[in-house]
Design a protein around this ligand. Structure first.
Ligand code: ATP
Ligand code: MG
Length: 582
């Protein structure tokens, strides 16, 4: 893989990560994160009858990404740990951008990550109740219809340093407000002509309390409520009340919502009685280096054809990660490993890859594949003969067993494993040198053939030591290098898609003025080659995973057919992007 970095950034390398990880493992009882502390405190006080109920509230306006995965693992994880429940709630209050396609993909992704929800809910289920509550606010003189334009409203709101000014419509009579609100609901007014606002305090130091908008007019078809409504609630008006209606106890969201919390509490205070209230808590959203994380920008990548769809293996979407070979376990362990922060930070992408390798190392069978083949002939091996060599499927998992590998006179090896004029300490193959073939014999390079015009290497000629096979008398002869190979006659050609990171800069949006993230695209994020793999790779199913020995982890793509198998590179065996000067 190319390494375009000059080495100016610091990446935790795997050794460091592993050291930190192991240090953590020695602690007998891992310390609680701040949300667990809050929950344990609430449980001690028997708040909410000791119920714990969380929710994951996606807006169905795009596919879920790795940031959402963090939120999913957190919400479902907390409920699981404390014997609680988790709802899946679609925050579907903005019909112009939402679609059932997204609802379906979100459910599939949450399930695939290994979680099942206690209830499937939609904010749109509460449109009726929310409407009634809005009328109640109007009757209590706590909401009014504002006829100002969007610009006037925004201007009147003031700034963080200046107070807002009251709308000229703020003192409308209750009856008139009610009448106009019903008119809005009944479709009597055009879009943009009026909104319903809460009457709170235009000089409040928190801008969100300066008479926030509750409803706007939208003549839009909704994917669930159809054309029943032409007014739609704003996020703040819908969210806390939905939490309340579902009996949520801990409403966990990302830091940018901390300024909304006062409003969240204010609404419920006006509307409901009794002791029970949901509470909002904020944690730092996940930011990953080399990754764009907003649905809007991911949509641009898809629409502009920079990637091949939402599930392109270079996308940070859950479906993209799945297609590229990420496992639910690796994503969950990543989410666990990064913890729950209260301050914004950027997590290095290599930590995600580390979690992946750790999981795949345990699970995948090893196979031999040659990505850049050059022919190697064993001159003293009998013509037209072949034999089987025993190969261990997975040294990490004895139950994976062994398989038999075809061996014959003509092989392919990796072009990079041979040098005509090697530097010192080159332990692979070179004229006069010896190397071990993985699971097989020791061979010695006697000769090679090049194209006289171009100098291109055409063929390598070797002899083998027939007594050097595992178990043979010369098996323990000391040889420094071991290389992989496939039998020319038996190998299967396959398409391999070599994916790499989509962006060259750890911050994709760090660009010169006038440019956008496209400036940082990695021109080599996908290379397609034909490779040769051992013949055991048959009857492949999409998502089947392997370690191509000495190369990396690969999985079967959904485009694969029996006639034309297709593999994706999931990740290399080690971090090729780490600061290493290579
Ligand atoms: P985006 O900004 O990418 O469009 P969003 O926040 O608008 O994401 P929602 O569908 O509203 O997407 O998010 C559903 C839940 O996932 C919310 O609770 C949100 O806080 C959480 N979430 C979204 N992005 C992240 C992230 N990067 N890290 C952690 N949680 C996230
Ligand atoms: Mg959102």
């Amino acid at each position: 893989m190319n390494n375009p970095l000059s080495g100016s950034e610091s990446h935790p390398n795997e050794k460091e990560i592993r050291a930190n990880h192991n240090a953590g493992a020695e602690v007998e009882r891992p310390s609680l994160n701040f949300l667990e502390e809050i929950i344990e405190d609430d449980l001690r006080q028997q708040k909410n009858d000791s119920r714990i109920h969380t929710r994951f509230p996606p807006e169905p306006n795009g596919y879920l990404h790795i940031g959402h995965a963090k939120s999913i693992c957190l919400n479902f994880g907390l409920a699981k740990k404390y014997n609680g429940k988790t709802n899946l709630r679609f925050d579907d209050t903005n019909p112009t951008k939402e679609d059932v396609e997204y609802v379906d993909s979100i459910k599939e992704d949450v399930n695939w990550l290994g979680f099942s929800w206690d209830g499937e809910y939609y904010a749109s289920d509460y449109f009726g109740q929310l409407y009634e509550w809005a009328e109640k606010l109007i009757l209590d003189d706590k909401a009014y219809i504002d006829d100002q334009s969007a610009e006037e409203i925004s201007k009147g709101r003031g700034t963080v340093t200046t107070t807002g000014i009251n709308s000229p419509f703020r003192n409308r009579a209750i009856e008139e407000n009610l009448d106009l609100f019903r008119g809005m609901r009944d479709g009597k007014f055009p879009e943009g002509s009026r909104v319903l606002r809460a009457k709170i305090d235009m000089s409040h130091k928190n801008m969100f309390m300066r008479d926030p908008i509750l409803y706007r007019i939208l003549f839009s078809h909704h994917h669930r409520t159809g054309d029943s409504w032409c007014i739609y609630p704003m996020y703040d008006w819908a969210h806390g009340q939905s939490d309340y209606l579902e009996g949520i106890t801990h409403s966990v969201c990302t830091l940018e919502f901390d300024v909304h919390r006062v409003l969240y509490d204010w609404f419920l205070e006006q509307l409901v009685e009794g002791d029970y209230r949901p509470h909002q808590y904020e944690f730092a959203r996940l930011n990953l280096s080399y990754t764009l994380m907003s649905k809007r920008k991911l949509l641009e990548l898809v629409k502009d054809g920079i990637v091949n769809g939402w599930d392109d293996p270079r996308m940070p979407t859950i479906c993209g990660l799945r297609r590229s070979g990420y496992t639910p376990e690796s994503i969950r362990s990543f989410a666990e490993r990064i913890g729950v922060a209260k301050r914004d930070n950027v997590i290095d992408y290599s930590l995600l890859e580390f979690s992946l390798r750790e999981d795949l190392n345990k699970k995948t069978n090893r196979v031999l594949a040659v990505l850049n083949p050059v022919k190697l002939v064993i001159t003293n091996y009998p013509d037209k003969e072949s034999e089987f060599l025993d190969a261990v499927n997975n040294p990490e998992d004895p139950s994976a067993g062994i398989r038999q590998l075809y061996f014959s006179k003509e092989l392919y090896i990796e072009r990079e494993d041979f040098m005509i004029d090697p530097p010192k300490k080159y332990f692979r193959l070179f004229p006069g040198g010896e190397v071990r073939l993985k699971y097989g014999y020791i061979i010695k390079c006697e000769d090679y053939v090049t194209n006289p015009d171009t100098g291109e290497l055409l063929e390598i000629h070797c002899t083998y030591d027939p007594l050097s096979k595992t178990g043979g008398p010369n098996a323990n002869r000391k040889i420094k290098g071991t290389i992989h190979w496939v039998s020319a006659q038996h190998a299967i050609p396959v398409e391999v898609r070599l994916y790499d990171r989509l962006f060259l800069n750890s911050d994709p949006e760090d660009v010169p003025e006038g440019k956008d993230f496209r400036y940082n695209l990695n021109p080599d994020s996908l290379k397609i080659i034909t490779a040769l793999v051992e013949p055991s790779l048959q009857n492949l199913k999409p998502l089947d995973q392997f370690q191509f020995e000495r190369i990396g982890y690969f999985n079967v793509d959904s485009d694969s057919t029996p006639e034309r198998p297709v593999f994706n590179r999931t990740t290399g065996l080690r971090d090729s992007w780490a600061k290493s000067g290579n």
